[in-house]
Design a protein around this ligand. Sequence first.
Ligand code: NAD
Length: 344
Amino acid sequence: MALFDLVDFDDHEQVVFCSDKKSGLKAIIAVHSTKLGPSVGGCRLWDYASDEEALIDVLRLSKGMTYKNAMAGLTMGGGKSVIMGDAKTIKSEALFKAFGNALNNLGGRYLSAEDVNITTADIEIAHTVTPYVTGLEGKSGNPAPFTALGTFLGIKACVKYKLNTNDLSGLTVAVQGIGSVGYYLCERLHGAGVKLIVADINQAALDKVAKEFGATVVGLNEIYDQDVDIYAPCALGATINDNTIDRIKAKIVAGCANNQLAEPKHGQALLDRGILYAPDYVINAGGIINISFEDDYCAEKATKKVKEIYDTLIHVFESADKENLPTGIVADEMARKIIANGGK
Ligand code: NAD
């Protein structure tokens, strides 16, 4: 594999391959940029089909973190880590200590937090051997409720911009993935009078939202065909792709998942179809914003900053309309300018 020639390699500052035979740790840490500060981003545990798939995921996710942190106005760079393995069997104290030691070797250039399949308890174990973790219990804690709040407000911004109303009641939202963030998002949407259609691979999670919020459960592949106002991808990335784009009937795509577009051309394809897309790293920044308050944690201050996501999205939408460009391209350009200007 020619690493430097990969499409997703974007002059990353550092890519580290970590292994610990005893605990079974196989991880990749990607530091995309430390221009605005130490790189910060979650750790994802996933059973990747190949090393290459894991590498591409961490390269894309870490770049997204650089742009996310810049657009959220944080003095943090972008990084991400992936642990390869089956979340049901690989987790152990030794694994997360080995991961913590791997973080120590980077000396603070990258701080890790929670992402898919990683809980605050896992991060606490790593914390017993390293200071380079964040999102700790008793400090900023689980970022998911804040990511859900930001995503909810982002959906409201989309609805205001596209449908010209502040009222979500009566709208239908297809939520794909009822995990840590998806559940809290469903709770908020239900509270706002939204009708929910949901899909997940986890039956227990589906049963819970069906019972608590009256959500309608559909099959994994059926979620794309639903006649809904909003499609909210909240599982893994690349769900907007050649196979799904023509099936999406929603007027808005707005969810918490990272890297929702399989390729940049799908941003143009959404624009061509008149579908408003909330750039993923802008709408899902609530968790990292909350984490940015870790050292002197104050929930009110964090919440106030998460609420800025609404205006940031409106600004992106207005600029995109003016330039007749996909919202994702416009957000990328804004993020690069902020980084070039040292965070301003
Ligand atoms: P999670 O692991 O708690 O939830 C993911 C959910 O998606 C799980 O319930 C899983 O069963 C489900 N899922 C997996 N494959 C699926 C499929 N094919 N179809 C439908 N559902 C499927 O993860 P999370 O923390 O809720 O994160 C969800 C997404 O949001 C991820 O892309 C993550 O990177 C992104 N994100 C999370 C945070 C955060 O604060 N946790 C912050 C920013 C972005």
